[in-house]
Ligand binder design. Structure first.
Ligand code: 3EB
Length: 327
């Protein structure tokens, strides 16, 4: 396994001072503006489980870290983690902020030995605020499309992605990513309309991401799963039914992993102890029900963490993403 991802007890500081193969430590419930070490990535979303954990990414080193324009990065032998936090109080609009974040990200990648984004996480304060096309998520998608240099109609590789709401009180738009020397292999979900082909009703510019990408390194593969919700075709299913939304999201994850297997021919991605899942929940009151539903429907051995975050459509109550191994 080339990217080793785990949830760990202990403080971010302990892990940053620990093993020298640590490329990133994600700490939940902290503003992304409060990071000193480039490998330290505070994430504003609060963790809902009682036991606080940090997410640790380790890879083959040596690891070099630093700043580049507004972005900070940690670069291993074959992979790079980078992150940007933009203080929205200093930028005119969400559209401008997301345009700027993606401009910086792309300029960074163009000069990096690891120029291919494999997965991008976007955490957007007050994501559902604003009516119709003024909604902040739609404005975020506009800014991303303004910046991104590729036309999805040309079928270039697109990274996997997650876009989730951060607390309204959080001042920063956060974008972080994993990138590699080669593009990932994109996998779309046969149960879902590709996001870049969503019809106009979801906003003026479609989201630009693939449902998942497969990273092949050192003879092994990992599946980077995009934020996966209760969307079938392009429509939200099970409105107001959070447990059913979670079940539908899991069906989407399994179908995506099966599709990856069909395309690869050999390895099959599995929800096992080598992977992780992140479960995003809009209403903290749904945590117990979601946890019980996941425990009943997903293998117990895959580590998981529950975060409070709004989903990018008002009628979506939960979403899952993850990184899993193939065997
Ligand atoms: C969906 O299926 C849910 O805008 O980058 C999932 C993952 C979603 C990524 C993004 C949006 C994004 O459409 C929303």
């Amino acid at each position: 396994m080339s990217l080793r991802v785990s949830y760990q007890q202990g403080s971010a500081g302990q892990w940053l001072a620990g093993p020298d193969d640590v490329m990133a430590v994600f700490e939940f419930g902290r503003s992304p503006l409060e990071s000193a070490d480039p490998r330290h990535v505070p994430v504003a979303l609060p963790q809902l489980d009682s036991e606080q954990q940090v997410e640790v990414w380790r890879c083959d080193g040596p690891i070099k870290s630093g700043s580049w324009d507004l972005l900070r990065f940690a670069q291993g032998e074959q992979l790079t983690m980078g992150h940007i936090a933009l203080d929205l109080r200093e930028i005119g609009s969400m559209r401008e902020a997301s345009h700027l974040a993606y401009d910086v990200l792309q300029s960074y990648l163009r000069q990096s030995p690891h120029p291919w984004p494999l997965k991008i996480w976007n955490y957007i304060p007050a994501i559902n605020e604003g009516a119709g096309d003024d909604e902040r998520y739609r404005q975020f998608c506009l800014g991303r499309a303004d910046a991104v240099l590729i036309d999805p109609g040309d079928l270039p590789p697109l990274p996997a992605a997650t876009a989730i709401g951060a607390p309204r009180s959080e001042p920063a738009l956060q974008v972080y990513f994993l990138a590699g020397a080669l593009p990932g292999m994109d996998v779309e979900n046969p149960r879902q309309v590709s996001a870049w082909r969503y019809p106009r009703q979801y906003g003026p510019r479609s989201p630009l991401f693939s449902r998942g990408t497969i990273l092949s390194l050192n003879g092994s593969r990992q599946f980077l799963i995009s934020g996966t919700a209760s969307v079938v075709g392009h429509r939200t299913h099970h409105e107001n039914q959070v447990a059913n939304q979670l079940s539908e999201s899991l069906r989407n994850v399994h179908r995506l992993l099966d599709e990856g297997h069909r395309l690869m021919g050999d390895a099959h991605a599995r929800l096992d102890r080598n992977g992780i899942l992140k479960v995003y929940i809009r209403d903290p009151a749904d945590y117990e029900l979601i946890r019980r539903t996941l425990d009943a429907e997903a293998p117990p051995e895959i580590p998981r963490i529950y975060l409070q975050g709004d989903i990018c459509r008002e009628n979506l109550l939960t979403e899952i993403d993850g990184i899993v191994g193939c065997a």
